[in-house]
Design a protein around this ligand. Structure first.
Ligand SMILES: NC(=O)c1ccc[n+]([C@@H]2O[C@H](COP(=O)([O-])OP(=O)(O)OC[C@H]3O[C@@H](n4cnc5c(N)ncnc54)[C@H](OP(=O)(O)O)[C@@H]3O)[C@@H](O)[C@H]2O)c1
Length: 323
């Protein structure tokens, strides 16, 4: 089968497409024939070993796994003997641990995998999991976000940002989204109540205050955001580059001051995928896709993702002949 592979950490050019052996599912796994997958910022961090401490999880000198890719949508080609929730031929979507940038990948039955929502294409279904799971992990830290609460989402046009706008809106929060001019209409169409174009206006200088400031793109520190938080307000951050100081701030603001920094720990769970699926089927959540590339163009797709300027998600498709 065709798969994206890499043998060492490095720039997008370490990736190549090769013929490799098709994996065989264990008793508790399903074998997905992948129709669409994505290149996301987590994949890029894994491939580049950036931040450096990621190597503790992915292999200190060389990557433990040769094929990147977590998000997928496809059809089940086989199921292990102990699998009870899925059958051969089922259309699924969700997240595996790695290996999804390939024609086939094995995923545990109890992983963040679910039946594909009716009416969604494979491309759309591949692009709804990673951003949503990370956004959910963050928004959960803002415990009582809902009706009567306000949130400003900075970087609202990225993968996590577009997910956060929709998820915060779905629980009834008043959502202010901050993005570039070109994405104002898109972000409004996702349900944002107010949209601030950061090229025209600085949300920290308009006197408005919020229950939650969510920096979804690692560009707006707690220090810059403090004045925009209400008393008891919460600051959330996703970017690993900023992360080094977030644990310290989270500890410090627990005892000092009336504004809190919280430390979101992203997790990929079946519960979250089923929650997103429910929202999709209710018409309250949709995929935001910027560009779609064939698997063979993974290097070009990855270079684009690493510009940090994509809108929503970048999809890889596998429409070629399956060997
Ligand atoms: N904690 C985790 O486990 C985890 C996992 C994955 C990613 N991350 C981190 O989370 C962050 C967001 O990830 P993502 O996948 O959502 O990113 P992304 O999709 O690559 O974000 C791209 C968006 O960021 C916006 N942007 C770029 N520069 C900006 C600026 N100066 N001000 C405001 N918006 C700006 C761009 O919007 P405009 O065109 O409107 O400027 C673009 O739409 C990344 O830093 C990533 O490293 C964390």
């Amino acid at each position: 089968m065709r798969a994206v592979v890499f043998d060492r950490y490095g720039p997008p050019e370490v990736l190549r497409v090769e013929d490799v052996e098709r994996p065989v599912p264990k008793a508790d796994e399903v074998l997905v024939r992948v129709h669409a997958t994505t290149v996301n910022r987590s994949d890029c961090g894994f491939r580049a070993a950036d931040p450096f401490f990621a190597r503790f999880f992915t292999g200190p000198l060389r990557p433990k796994y040769r094929t990147p890719g977590t998000e997928l949508a496809g059809k089940l080609a086989a199921v292990g003997d102990a699998v009870s929730q899925f059958a051969v031929g089922d259309e699924v979507f969700g997240l595996g641990r790695n290996g999804a940038n390939a024609e086939y990948v094995c995923v545990r039955e109890d992983a963040a995998l679910a039946h594909k929502p009716a009416g969604m294409t494979f491309e759309e279904a591949a692009a709804v999991s990673d951003g949503a799971c990370i956004a959910l992990a963050c928004l959960r830290r803002a415990k009582d976000l809902g009706e009567g609460k306000s949130i400003v989402i900075y970087g609202a046009s990225g993968s996590i940002g577009t997910a956060a706008v929709q998820l915060a809106k779905s629980v009834g929060a008043h959502v202010t989204a901050v993005c570039n001019t070109k994405n104002v209409e898109l972000v409004r169409s996702l349900g944002a109540d107010e949209v601030i174009d950061y090229t025209q206006e600085d949300f920290t200088r308009d006197g408005e205050t919020y229950d939650v400031v969510f920096d979804a793109v690692g560009k707006h520190s707690f220090r810059r955001s403090r004045g925009s938080l209400k008393k008891g307000g919460i600051y959330l951050e996703t970017d690993l580059g900023f992360m080094w100081h977030v644990p310290a701030l989270a500890l410090l603001t627990r005892w000092i001051g009336d504004k809190k920094v919280t430390l979101p720990i992203p997790a990929y769970t079946k519960g979250d995928i089923l929650y997103v699926k429910e929202l999709i089927e209710a018409g309250r959540y949709r995929a935001v896709i910027d560009r779609t590339y064939p698997l063979e163009d993974v290097v070009e797709a990855t270079r684009y993702v690493e510009t940090g300027q994509k809108t929503g998600n970048v999809v890889l498709t596998l429409n070629g002949v399956v060997r």
